[in-house]
Design a protein around this ligand. Sequence first.
Ligand code: FAD
Length: 524
Amino acid sequence: ATGRRYPSAVDVVIVGSGPAGAAYARVLSERAPETTIALFEVGPTVSDPPGNHVKNIVDPAVRAEAQRRSEGPRPLDASTPADTMDGYANDAERLTRPGTFLLKDGWRQPGQDGLPAGAMSSNVGGMAAHWTGACPRPGESERIAFLGDLDDLLDDAERLLAVSSTLLADAPLADRVRVNLGRALDAGRAADRRVQPMPLAVRRDEHGSLHWSGSDVVFGDESRANPNFALHDESLVTRVLTDDRGAAGVEVRDLRTGEVFEVRARFVVVAADSLRTPQVLHASGIRPNALGRYLNDQPQIVYAARLHDAPSAPDASVHDTSITAQSGVSWVPFTDAESFHGQVMQLDASPVPMEGDAVPGSIVGLGWFCAKDIQASDRVAFSDTAIDDYGMPAMRIHYTLTERDHATINRAKQAIVAAANAVGEPLGDAPFEFPAGASLHYQGSVRMGQVDDGTSVCGPNSEVWGVPGLYVAGNGVIPTATACNPTLTGVALAIGGARDLAAALALRAIEPTPNQARNTDARA
Ligand code: FAD
């Protein structure tokens, strides 16, 4: 045996190193630095610092290798284009993006729509090593009405993700895009819901280059310098352990050796994405009624347009994955009246591939995301017999678009055509509807509720109902039907949970520890 690389006990175990898990590590490092924390991530470390966005890797071969290694047990063929946006917009039902992998099976039940494009990433940093970084705030009914501190949490999420609304706002063509969109779409909108620059998780370094934020930014130096925090990659958490007091630790398989260990912890945070967080709970026998249910993704419509009278800006390369500010990213916020939101992105940050030799930044990709009509029957269920490639209970997706969803999608198609005409010359005959799941914005599967009435998995502090010390994190916690990209909100909710956990740790420090209490009981 190569020996054990894990501690036998810590204060807090975190499962998953995407931005939600990283937010717990960061907030605990800031607020409770004496707390011992072990983070387990099933995927490998593919970038430096751990969790760094792969698009920040300059060498295309090294970047492609990082993408392949993020694609779980069955990576894409080595010849798959590594250029992040290649193959993004095509009519394949099972659309795959580099750095992600699809469900092997179980993605559709007979007679249903399913999530044919449902995908995950397995790597340190999770999907946020591959994402686009759009961080709009939820508005109107997207907001979680019972969370009084939501704005404060969103502010802190913007800090942790290094979100900026201004970095690309003064790009050469951005103003023109925004003015034209605003003229066409702003009438009747509240001030905060008018066309504006998209807040982006992007930062500029001392040399002036732009970098995408990944989990590395969320971890921050605070976590990296914390001697009480350790990140263990290639480590699959197979279940959460519980005892009569609540969470008691995890069982974790070291994928390098195949050995299985128990790590005791009074607090466990499962931040294993919206599909795998309910999987870990299910495998642990923790199965509240709402587990896996209310699953929703954001039906997505895409289109492209050539900007009117675009001047040339010859210094940018369209094949470069680094960000070159040209037309920036504009945001058409969600409103209840419309039930969708839009992003209009310069090509090198857009999902629609470019043809020909257009001036970089002069073609914009438009992406409209719809809020789903949430139903309890839309769910990720788990097989009692079949297993996935990791040996975990296999997923069975039950998912149907309602009549209201089809109506919203049709209105979004009209809206995206109007927006394309407002900014320029639409490319192609008609907008294009992605297969369900392609948004990669899955929500609701471990949703938060104000009270334990069977329609939620966790309370407002993210702690699972009836299992003290067990927290869930990630977009699955979001209970509302949102159209805005969910990561900012997911991280905000993780920050709320982490603050609650830090307070619980502080309280525990002045009480006998569970072990002391148990020893006393045993002796009594
Ligand atoms: P993840 O980032 O998915 O991390 C979960 C981690 O848990 C993974 O690393 C996984 O390997 C690990 N894990 C799972 N099971 C286990 C287990 N049993 N044991 C140990 N570890 C486990 N969102 C936006 O808001 N804006 C965007 O512009 C945007 N663009 C995107 C573009 C692309 C191409 C992609 C791929 C995603 C995009 N997203 C976007 C989605 C965004 O990346 C996710 O919302 C975000 O990463 C979710 O964070 P998370 O921490 O909840 O989950």
